[in-house]
Design a protein around this ligand. Structure first.
Ligand code: UD1
Ligand code: PEP
Length: 419
């Protein structure tokens, strides 16, 4: 089992290049299913979740050529619409194949992804939305079986909860439907806009992505395309927070401040000096006192749930009382017991984590429970006295490209060991 050994004490200094966004790349790679022509995707991060997605696409008969950051996909030869449990359970985003397979082939059998460490994460909105588009759907023996006679039919779909995945799945299904679909109470995340831009390059007719109402005029078929994935706002935010808590000075390159405005706002509240230009963001925390902040996670453009674990560790070591309220997932404080093992004083009251004072951390053996919890533990290790051993590190490899190399280039002392 691979683990990270992190020796604390070094402020992060220098430049880090931000990779393409996992949460944009996953649906974008999957969107290739909608066309029988080849697609080329650039700035794709090298992550475990991307490898799983390529394996899933290959399982359908798709030809995938992974040329590092560029992936070529030819979904022309697809000969199966079956997504087995063995592949789907490794990555929740696999459920996103349901809409595109159904829209292009008229049938799909996709395993239910199951629960997840951070919450139950049902897929009812995906299923109900597809039914509104005319699909017949049954859920049996852990599989979603969907079929439609002829094409899906455009419809008005109101989603009772704002869901990134359901918005993406329904948007991909609706592009090949007959007539117009309106997605109401849609998610507004930048990754949804990136997916819509990519689909429009393939010939889809989508307007309103990035707002609550997305309008999709169905077309009969889509072409191939070339698309460059947008920068990863969560990776950007993670490096900014790591720089802040270590009292460092870091420039994040190949990113966009517009993607991380809620994060920058909170870093400024925490007394960080943050500036930017067109494609980079600089944070300078040298000689400045870190102040605790109050955060409530919300759908975009609110504060992202995927950044709350990183801000928890910021509050742990900052001066003053800070609170973090999680409103998206019901079990997203798995990092708290691990941080406590390193000496963090964190109280949990319902869905709020309170850090009543600044804690001194000491290195300990801790375990990754999910992707962003792992990121918070790495950051904790960077400031703890002594060595932190982070086990089950595969969680972090799902969403951070070359994580230890990027931190080491900024002056951190991190090594990966396998025993
Ligand atoms: C691959 C990807 O892009 N993952 C992101 C995506 O996950 P994901 O798309 O799974 O998250 P959703 O936006 O769907 O989840 C938001 C909330 O809606 C609930 N829900 C969702 C679907 C459904 O059918 N029924 C239902 O009740 C979920 O349980 C959750 O409480 O958005 C999350 C919220 O920003 C992020 O944390 C994840 O990093
Ligand atoms: C929760 C996350 O991802 P996923 O939806 O793929 O589990 C995340 O990126 O923090």
């Amino acid at each position: 089992m691979e683990k990270l050994l992190i020796k604390g004490g070094n402020p992060l200094m220098g430049e880090v290049t931000i990779s393409g966004a996992k949460n944009a790349a996953l649906p974008i790679l999957i969107s290739s299913i909608l066309s029988s022509e080849p697609c080329v995707f650039k700035n794709v991060p090298d992550l475990r979740d991307i490898t799983f997605t390529c394996q899933l696409l290959e399982q359908f008969g798709t030809k995938v050529e992974n040329k590092g950051k560029e992936i070529h996909i030819d979904a022309g030869p697809i000969n199966s619409t079956h997504a087995p449990y063995e592949l789907v359970h490794r990555m929740r985003a696999s459920i996103l194949v349901l809409g595109p397979l159904l829209a292009r082939f008229g049938h799909a059998e996709v395993s239910l992804p199951g629960g997840c460490a951070i919450g139950a994460r049902p897929v009812d909105l995906h299923i109900e939305g597809l039914k509104k588009l005319g699909a017949e759907i049954t859920v049996e023996a852990g599989y979603v079986n969907a079929k439609v006679d002829g094409r899906l039919k455009g419809a008005r779909i109101y989603m009772s909860t704002i869901s990134v995945g359901a918005t993406e799945n329904l948007m991909m299904a609706a592009v090949l439907a007959e007539g117009t679909t309106i997605l109401e109470n849609a998610a507004r995340e930048p990754e949804i806009v990136d997916l819509a831009v990519c689909l429009n390059k393939m010939g889809a007719k989508i307007t309103g992505a990035g707002s609550n109402n997305i309008v999709i005029e169905g077309v009969e078929s889509l072409t191939g395309c070339e698309h460059t994935v947008l920068p990863d706002r969560i990776e950007t935010g993670t490096f900014l927070v790591a720089a802040a808590v270590t009292g460092g000075h870091v420039v994040c390159k190949n990113t966009d401040y517009r993607l991380v405005e809620p994060v920058i706002e909170k870093l400024r509240d925490a007394n960080a000096l943050v500036s930017w230009d067109e494609d980079s963001i600089t944070i300078d925390m040298r000689g400045r006192e870190l102040k605790a902040v109050n955060i409530k996670t919300l759908p975009h453009p609110g504060f992202p749930t995927d950044m709350q674990a990183q801000f928890t560790i910021l509050n742990v070591v900052a001066n003053g009382v800070g609170t973090i309220t999680e409103t998206i997932f019901e079990n997203r404080f798995m990092h708290v017991p691990e941080l406590r093992r390193m000496g963090a004083n964190i109280q949990l009251e319902g869905n709020t984590a309170i850090c009543p004072e600044s804690s001194r951390l000491t290195g300990a053996q801790v375990v990754s429970t999910d992707l962003r919890a792992s990121a918070s533990l790495v950051i904790a290790g960077l400031i703890a006295e002594g060595t932190t051993q982070l086990d089950e590190v595969f969680h972090i490899d799902r969403g951070y490209e070359n994580i230890e190399q990027k931190f080491v280039a900024l002056g951190a002392d991190i090594t990966r060991v396998d025993d």
